[in-house]
Design a protein around this ligand. Structure first.
Ligand code: KIV
Length: 267
């Protein structure tokens, strides 16, 4: 029996099958602290930070060193939340030995509780190898951002019945390989529901409709930190980017007008 003050573990997340839970990405100690203070059970150090924080146009330039650096910062801020690190492009595809060595670095050097990697049946052997060596793995199927060049963009997956059947097979293969949960990205709700009903581990949806067990959003999208337009599946719960610009403008005007600092800001 766990209480609200207990740290979230992989076993507790696995036990969330059939219950709704919210997850977010975090990129540093500050966003991790916000997520933990809000009672979020799982934070993912997503390689989307290549876009949201580092200014790239895809996730492909994320490196092991960048992901380790950000993961360590998230772990320092995360409190009770379970921290899962995203394995960047080409850190797990070359060989299972390389995948194991790189995944181990996230636990050993950065303090993550587990790793996420993209792909279904094609990655099942790698997932099994990691799990057999004590590394919890979060699977990820459907729209795979690291395959943006192969897909020619970010198309919704699983619209055709044959594709949907392949996604169900992918999810089963990951479950069989020992994944503790599976991210379902960019697919019709009916397909996500079918997958969710086909596996015993929790599914965590992003752009996959309401019938997944958990839901995840990129924190910069959710908080309106990045500005611009958001994808259809995003709900913006705040406009912090716009608020930040307004605050900075006010600061600039106050300095220019001699309103800051006042005597109350002086020693
Ligand atoms: O990198 C990321 O933020 C992700 C989520 C979209 C699941 O993989």
């Amino acid at each position: 029996m766990s209480t609200d003050t207990d740290a979230w573990t992989v076993a507790r997340i696995r036990a969330m099958k059939g219950r709704r839970f919210a997850c977010v990405t975090a990129t540093d100690a500050v966003t991790a602290r916000w997520a933990d203070a809000a009672g979020i059970p799982l934070v993912l150090v997503g390689d989307s930070l290549a876009m949201t924080v580092l200014g790239h146009s895809t996730t492909l330039p994320a490196t092991m060193e960048a992901m380790l650096h950000h993961t360590a910062a998230v772990v320092r801020g995360a409190g009770r939340a379970l921290v899962i690190a995203d394995m960047p492009f080409m850190s797990y595809q070359v060989s299972d030995d390389q995948a194991l060595a790189n995944a181990g670095r996230f636990l050993q050097e950065a303090g993550a509780a587990g790793v996420k990697l993209e792909g279904g049946r094609v990655r099942a052997g790698t997932v099994r190898r990691l799990v057999n060596n004590g590394i919890p793995v979060l699977g990820h199927i459907g729209l795979l951002p690291q395959s943006v060049r192969a897909m020619g963009g970010y198309p919704v997956q699983g619209r055709r019945p044959s594709e949907a059947a392949r996604l169900v097979a992918d999810a089963r293969a990951l479950e069989d390989a020992g994944a503790f949960a599976i991210v379902l990205e960019g697919m019709p709700p009916a397909v996500a529901r079918r997958i969710t009903q086909s596996v015993q581990v929790p599914t965590i949806g992003i752009g996959a409709g309401p019938q997944c067990d958990g839901q995840i959003l990129v924190i910069h999208d959710l908080l309106g930190l990045a500005g611009g337009r958001s994808p259809k599946f995003v709900a913006r719960y705040a406009e912090l980017g716009a608020q930040a610009v307004a605050a900075l403008e006010q600061f600039r005007r106050d300095v220019e007008a001699g309103r800051f600092p006042t005597t109350e800001h002086c020693y």
